[in-house]
Design a binder for this molecule. Structure first.
Ligand code: RIB
Ligand code: CA
Length: 316
C-alpha cells in the first residue's frame, strides 16, 4: 500500500522537483499539498502548487493555503535570489484553473490526519509554521500521524543561511522547536545528507528525455546559477527531493537518533541543536525527556540519483 502523504511546501525549484518525484512514485500517494512562505510568499506558493499539479495532470489533488507569516519572528523576504521572482526559476506555467481548498492548511492537515488515523505522513519541506499551527489546533494529530519527515535543519554541519541555521528552520524557529519537541515520530532529512547528494548540470540535462524531466531541467537552470555564485559549483544540492526519496526507499539513508532543540534567539537563531550522545545527563537540561528525532547522517547518493532519474524519465 502506498504511503499517503501531505507535502507542506514553498515551491520553489527543489520543492517542484520533489512534488513531481512524489507524483510519479508508486510508493507514495500525494493526498494534498499545503503551502507556506519561504522561497516565495504564501500566495505565490499556492499558485505554484496548483500550477505544478495541473502540469502533472493531477488537478484533483487539493491544495490548502497556509500561514502568511512565522509564529513570532518577522518574515524576512522570499529567497528570490535562489528560486527566482516566480519561484520556478522564471519558467512560466499556465495560470491554474483549479482553486485552493477552502480550508486553511492547518485545518486541512488536522482533518486529513484525524480522518485517517495512522495513515498520513506529513512531509514539510518549507518552514514549519503550518505544522505547529496544526498541532495547536488539534494536539491529537501527534498520536494519529504515521510519521513526520522534515526537510530542514543541520544537525552536525553548518547551516545555509548562516553558519548556524538552515533556511526552513531559520524562517520560523519557534514553530520548528515546537515540531521537534512534540512526542511524535519525526525524521529530519537535513543538510547533513541533502548537501551530500549533488545533481550535476549534465545529470539534469539527461532528464530531458521526458516531459517532466525537461521541465525540471528548465527550472533548474536558475538554481544552478545560484549554486555557482553561492557554493562555487555549477550543480544543485538535492534538498526537498531527498525527503521524498526517504519515503520511497528509507534504506538510502543512515539515521541516528537524538533529541533536537531549536535556538529561538541570538546569533544562532534557527540552529538545530542535536544531542546525539545518548547520555543520561547528570542535571536536567533543555533536551531532558524529549523524544529522540531520527536524523539522517549519511546517504547513498548514487542510488538516490539513479532512483530519481529512473522515476522522472518514466513519468511521461
Ligand atoms: O535549505 C533548503 C530548503 O530551503 C529547501 O526546502 C528549499 O526549498 C528551501 O525551502
Ligand atoms: Ca522547500
Amino acid at each position: 500500500m502506498p504511503k499517503k502523504i501531505i507535502i507542506d511546501t514553498d515551491p520553489g525549484i527543489d520543492d517542484a522537483m520533489a512534488i513531481l518525484f512524489a507524483l510519479c512514485s508508486p510508493e507514495v500517494e500525494v493526498i494534498g499539498l499545503t503551502t507556506i512562505f519561504g522561497n516565495v510568499y504564501t500566495d505565490l506558493a499556492t499558485q505554484n502548487a496548483l500550477r505544478l499539479l495541473e502540469f502533472a495532470g493531477r488537478p484533483q489533488i487539493p491544495v490548502a493555503h497556509g500561514a502568511a507569516r512565522p509564529l513570532q519572528v518577522a518574515f524576512d523576504q522570499p529567497a528570490a535570489f535562489v528560486h527566482g521572482q516566480n519561484g520556478l526559476g522564471e519558467i512560466v506555467l499556465p495560470t491554474p484553473i483549479a482553486n485552493a481548498d477552502p480550508r486553511a492548511a492547518a485545518q486541512f492537515i488536522v482533518d486529513m490526519i484525524m480522518a485517517n488515523p495512522g495513515e498520513i505522513t506529513l512531509v514539510p519541506v518549507g518552514p514549519l509554521t503550518n505544522i505547529a499551527l496544526a498541532l495547536a489546533l488539534e494536539p491529537r494529530i501527534a498520536t494519529h500521524v504515521a510519521e513526520v519527515v522534515v526537510m530542514g535543519g543541520a544537525a552536525a554541519v553548518n547551516g545555509n543561511v548562516n553558519p548556524a541555521a538552515e533556511a526552513n528552520i531559520w524562517h520560523d524557529p519557534h514553530a520548528a522547536d515546537r515540531v521537534f519537541t512534540t512526542d511524535w515520530p519525526i525524521t529530519m532529512i537535513g543538510l547533513d545528507v541533502t548537501e551530500k547528494t549533488i545533481m550535476q548540470a549534465d545529470y539534469l540535462a539527461g532528464l530531458r528525455r521526458s516531459r517532466t524531466g525537461a521541465f525540471i531541467d528548465d527550472i533548474a537552470r536558475f538554481y544552478l546559477e545560484f549554486h555557482q555564485k553561492a557554493h562555487d559549483i555549477y550543480a544543485a544540492y538535492t534538498h526537498d527531493p531527498s525527503a521524498i526519496a526517504y519515503l520511497v526507499d528509507p534504506t538510502l539513508f543512515t539515521l541516528q537518533r537524538g533529541p533536537i532543540r531549536v535556538l529561538c534567539e541570538g546569533i544562532g537563531l534557527g540552529q538545530t541543536l542535536w544531542d546525539r550522545s545518548g547520555r543520561q545527563w547528570g542535571r536536567p537540561n533543555a533536551w531532558s525527556g524529549r523524544r529522540p528525532v531520527k536524523v539522517g547522517i549519511d546517504v547513498d547518493s548514487t542510488r538516490l540519483l539513479a532512483l530519481y532519474q529512473q522515476r522522472i524519465l518514466a513519468a511521461d
